[in-house]
Write a protein of this length. Structure first.
Length: 344
């Protein structure tokens, strides 16, 4: 007795049609799944061959990576290239393995929605080559009696797993992760650098170097503040250093910096005649911690604190008086607020 089952559903026919897979990996994703491996994993899930380079229907994927933030974008297009739907996946972690599993399942469901009801199948065996064909004629075997027919499963309804993409978002994938660098104008409040707490300004730059490591440079200026009625002191300096800028979320990044500052303390004598006029060389090491939040487009707000350890600490003395008129503290602090533009 022979059994023949014919499925006439249009959805079932469509789900068996091969598709063309386009898989693009962005920067810092070299360790993630390759296109050929991704195809084999999807086919193992479906239990059949599902891809063809000449297929009119296509599934396009883009994988991006920034810090520990991973994002995958999937697009399904019909025979005319019209977008049928899209879906985004995001994951935070040291590697892209969890995201790959989600992409494999999503592609399998986009090809055959009924695959969600079936467990993953075994890996497909390769097609045997002529050398694999046995040279001797196998001994005849007695065929097993046919098993009773069972009703075929209902054919899956062919429908796009992915919802239609809004027209406004079709131009490009959504952006991911906070940029590492920024150019910022800062307002400063310092204590311990001059005779009393004072306000200043700075221009700071952070430039991406490698992964979460940035280079930092900038200049700061504290105008003269009075030390009594006869003297005033100010500070101008530039710095150079390195920062670790790990991403805390899609819009927030932490900045931990170590830097060296070089500049000059300028003294103004209001009443007496200076003996050796001019600026005094100033040098310091500094550690800072800040938080940068991207508020709108590239516009970013930042806040932080800095610990400065002056190396030179020149003494400014008045002739005939024992204690110096002014000398910097052993350690000084700076608080800052800034507004600027981020750099990707």
């Amino acid at each position: 007795m022979a059994c023949v089952v014919v499925a006439s559903s249009a959805g079932a026919d469509a789900s068996r049609e091969p598709v063309r897979l386009v898989w693009v990996r962005g920067e810092r994703t070299e360790t993630c799944v390759e296109p050929s491996v991704l195809e084999r994993r999807v086919e193992a899930r479906l239990g059949r061959n599902a891809f063809s380079a000449s297929a009119p229907r296509a599934i396009e994927g883009v994988l991006q990576h920034e810090g520990e933030h991973w994002v995958a974008h999937l697009y399904v297009r019909d025979e005319r290239g019209t977008l049928e739907g899209s879906r985004d996946f995001a994951n935070d972690g040291p590697d892209c393995a969890p995201l790959e599993d989600a992409v494999v399942l999503a592609i399998a469901l986009a090809i055959d929605p009924g695959s969600a009801l079936r467990p993953p199948g075994p890996a497909l065996d390769p097609v045997p080559t002529p050398t694999d064909v046995p040279t001797s004629t196998p001994s005849p075997t007695v065929p097993s009696p046919p098993e009773p027919c069972s009703p075929p499963p209902a054919p899956p309804v062919h429908a796009s797993l992915l919802p239609p993409e809004p027209p406004a978002s079709r131009a490009r994938p959504t952006s991911m992760g906070p940029p590492n660098g920024a150019v910022t104008l800062r307002s400063l409040v310092g204590a311990g650098l001059l005779p009393r707490a004072s306000a200043g300004i700075a221009v700071a730059t952070e430039v991406p170097l490698y992964r979460v490591l940035d280079g930092t440079a900038g200049v700061l200026y504290f105008p003269e503040v009075a030390a009594g009625t006869d003297f005033a002191f100010g500070l101008t300096a530039a710095w150079l250093g390195a920062c670790a800028s790990p991403a805390l979320s899609a819009r927030v990044a932490l900045s931990l910096c170590g830097k060296i500052s070089l500049g000059a303390i300028h003294a103004v004598v209001e009443v007496l005649d200076p003996v050796s006029p001019g600026d005094r060389f100033w040098a310091a090491g500094a550690l800072s911690a800040g938080l940068r939040v991207r508020v709108l487009g590239p516009l970013a707000f930042e806040a932080g604190v800095e610990l400065d350890l002056p190396v030179t600490r020149p003494e400014f003395v008045v002739g005939g008086e024992t204690p110096p008129a002014f000398q910097e503290q052993v350690a000084a602090g700076i608080g800052f607020l800034g507004l600027g533009a981020t750099i990707r």
